[in-house]
Design a protein around this ligand. Structure first.
Ligand code: DQA
Length: 143
């Protein structure tokens, strides 16, 4: 399968940013780790990160016609970006929402995800394992 993993704003700072919440690993550590998992074998997995809403939307649109599944951690856009929600709904590619931290046990504003109901699954609070769980969900669709 062709899988696209999208990470939104501030996730490029993983490893430095609030390690008590997000852990000590960088985004490229997590990318490398995911590639090494047996579930990744035989799949083409591309990673994309941007701090910019429009760039994330452009990348989602570019996935049309060449991508079988998307794993997205939209960072804080999760909580208010209706534009990102519309983009996910428009491209018609099965998408799993992933959060490293448990968005339901933090500040009140994080408990709302405006993208949850346009995704096939939400995974929150499982750390980097959320990405592999998202991959497993997408693979299960093709079985
Ligand atoms: C996050 C949770 C969001 O609330 C936050 O804004 C992030 C990261 C997570 O992975 O836990 O940037 O999506």
């Amino acid at each position: 399968m062709n899988i696209l993993v999208i990470n939104g704003p501030n996730l490029n700072l993983l490893g430095i940013r609030k390690p008590d919440v997000y852990g000590h690993e960088t985004l490229s550590d997590i990318e490398k780790w995911l590639n090494e998992q047996e579930e990744s074998e035989g799949h083409n997995i591309e990673w994309y990160q941007s701090n910019h809403e429009g760039d994330l939307i452009d990348r989602l649109q570019e996935a049309m016609g060449n991508t079988d599944g998307i794993i997205i951690n939209p960072g804080a856009f999760t909580h208010y970006s209706f534009a990102l929600r519309d983009a996910i709904a428009s491209v018609n590619i099965p998408t799993v929402e992933v959060h490293l931290s448990d968005i339901y046990s933090r500040e009140v504003f994080r408990k709302v995800s405006v993208i949850k109901d346009v995704c096939i699954k939400q995974i929150s609070g499982k750390g980097k394992s959320g990405y592999v769980k998202g991959l497993i969900k997408l693979i299960s669709l093709s079985e």
